[in-house]
Write a protein that binds this ligand. Structure first.
Ligand code: ADP
Length: 498
């Protein structure tokens, strides 16, 4: 038999499908990415065509293999990581989707969630699923499909339909319809899964009138799901994990207290809390972390709606920047933000504030404020928002946070990283490989397939590209944070004023 040289990570994201082939050192050997269309049938609605998700993911995988002439018998395993919560329903006999996938961003079921709150279910949902009820999660999307697609409910009750998040949809197709499964991390984002008992919650299913037969089997993230024959030979599929949990794993966040912070379009902070499912009172979510064998690990998660998107706004709408990296030069051209604070609450504020009606707010303008100061204030807002989440996590988990592993596009900004270290009084570590989501999926798959022996072997692969250490006084830090808190209060006041 040929030596197994690679592990494939299929990284199925919201705007593109990607495939990366990694070697034993966790090095990227081949990468291919393809965007696919976003469908906006009505304001606030977002859909994907499941066949486009599938065809782009299959296409980039074949191309990534071809690019380096990797044959199927050189591939140890496939790991899948995916956009979470997005909901697909298909016919069990034909495999044909019965409608477009409803994407996590889609707000069409917001009123259904309001009804759920009025029905008094919010507390039960949070206790059992770890989630604060919201239209983001799959439950109300699946219920919408069953209620609105003609004949869907009857067919579901007859056992003719299958539901899945994008990982399930891919696994079903890769295995030629043999396997209908998902993993704990994806299941924990459906709002139908009891994260403590590790099973679908019958009462929540009943509340949404969802028949059990439509649901996938739930397995650990690192698990032999099946084999695929779609790439010219047999390749085992040995992992599935939601994107943020995969990224935590790819950053070697295996132990309680390990935290990763992603600075992408949005921002995501995840902290491993080990066997302890910390229930939040500050609007953080409790979720299942990706792990290998043994009992599951939990994580707390906080998200920032607008992180790198604020830099895009500077570039595309305000046209103050040519490109995102240029922001760093403006930031370092001045000593500070000259007292300016920007709260980029374009889509409301998430944890720990949860105010959907908050809006972007600019404060502290004086005659001397320059473009450089303004750009700097926007970049600083990414760090302030992250700091708010860090403080909430520290308080709720009771775990000390000594270092933060960073990734995502905006983590390339050295000014931002240093400002974060200063503000949060924390050591920041930026890895050599910032493809942490795909890497996490590859690690989970490779561990299950025996390509990597254990977590220590993987830890040895993690290389630090750069470290950022706090370097400002406590008084300065306090003053900065005080100003930010004032600015947030103004953004919140704007929301509540009639
Ligand atoms: P996603 O995976 O969410 O699409 P990425 O991780 O690719 O996002 O990050 C892209 C985001 O990072 C964009 O919003 C972009 O504005 C921002 N970004 C990229 N480079 C920089 C930089 N040097 N400084 C600040 N922001 C940046």
């Amino acid at each position: 038999m040929k030596e197994k040289n690679y592990v494939i990570a299929m990284d199925q994201g919201t705007t593109s499908s990607r495939c990366i082939l990694f070697d034993r050192q966790g090095k990227v050997c081949s990468v291919v990415q393809k965007e696919f269309p976003q469908i906006y049938p009505q304001p606030g609605w977002v859909e994907h065509n499941p066949m486009e998700i599938l065809s782009t993911q299959m296409g980039v995988t074949m191309e990534a293999m071809q690019k380096i002439d990797a044959r199927p018998d050189e591939i140890a395993a496939i790991g899948i990581t995916n956009q979470r919560e997005t909901t697909v329903v298909w016919d069990a006999a034909t495999g044909a989707p019965i409608c477009n996938a409803i994407v996590w961003q889609c707000r069409r079921t917001a009123d259904r969630i309001e009804r759920l709150r009025r029905d008094g279910w919010a507390e039960t949902i949070q206790r059992r699923t770890g989630l604060i009820p919201d239209a983001y999660f799959s439950a109300s999307k699946l219920a919408w499909i069953l209620d609105n697609i003609p004949g869907a409910r009857k067919r579901a009750e007859r056992g003719e339909l299958r539901f899945g998040t994008v990982d399930s949809w891919l696994i079903w197709n890769l295995t030629g319809g043999k396997v209908h499964a998902t993993d704990y991390t994806n299941a924990s984002r459906t709002m139908l899964f009891d994260i403590h008992q590790l099973c679908w919650d019958q009462e929540i299913l009943d509340y949404f009138h969802i028949p059990h037969s439509i649901l996938p089997q739930v397995c650990p993230s690192s698990h032999r799901y099946g084999t695929t024959e779609k790439f010219g030979g047999s390749i085992p599929i040995t992992a599935s994990a939601g994107d943020q949990q995969a990224a935590l794993f790819g950053q070697c966040g295996f132990d309680p207290g390990d935290v990763k912070s992603t600075y992408g379009t949005g921002g995501f902070l995840l902290m491993n809390t080990g066997s302890d499912a910390v229930q939040s009172t500050k609007g953080l979510l409790t979720t299942i972390a990706a792990s290998v064998g043994g009992p599951v690990s939990y994580a707390v998660e906080g998200s920032i709606f607008v992180a790198g998107a604020a830099i895009q706004w500077l570039r595309d709408e305000l046209r103050l920047l040519r490109d995102a990296p240029q922001s760093e030069r403006y930031c370092t051209a001045v000593e500070d933000a000259h007292g300016v604070y920007v709260v980029p609450a374009f889509a409301g504020l998430g944890a720990p504030y949860w105010e959907p009606y908050a809006r972007g707010t600019i404060l502290g303008l004086t005659r001397g404020v320059s473009k450089e100061h303004f750009v700097r204030a926007v970049v600083e807002s990414l760090a302030y928002q992250t700091n708010d989440l860090l403080l909430a996590m520290k308080e709720e988990s009771g775990l000390p946070i000594t270092s933060l592993k960073v990734d995502g596009g905006a983590s390339a900004n050295n000014f931002l990283m240093q400002f974060q270290a200063d503000l949060s009084n924390i050591r920041l570590e930026r890895p050599q490989c910032i493809e942490t989501t795909a890497l996490g999926a590859a690690y989970l798959a490779g561990l299950s397939a025996g390509y990597w022996k254990d977590l220590d072997e993987i830890r040895a692969n993690w290389g630090r590209e750069r470290e950022f250490l706090p370097s400002i006084s406590e008084a300065k830090r306090d003053a900065l944070i005080k100003g930010w808190n004032r600015a947030v209060r103004c953004a919140l006041a704007w929301a509540r004023e009639d």
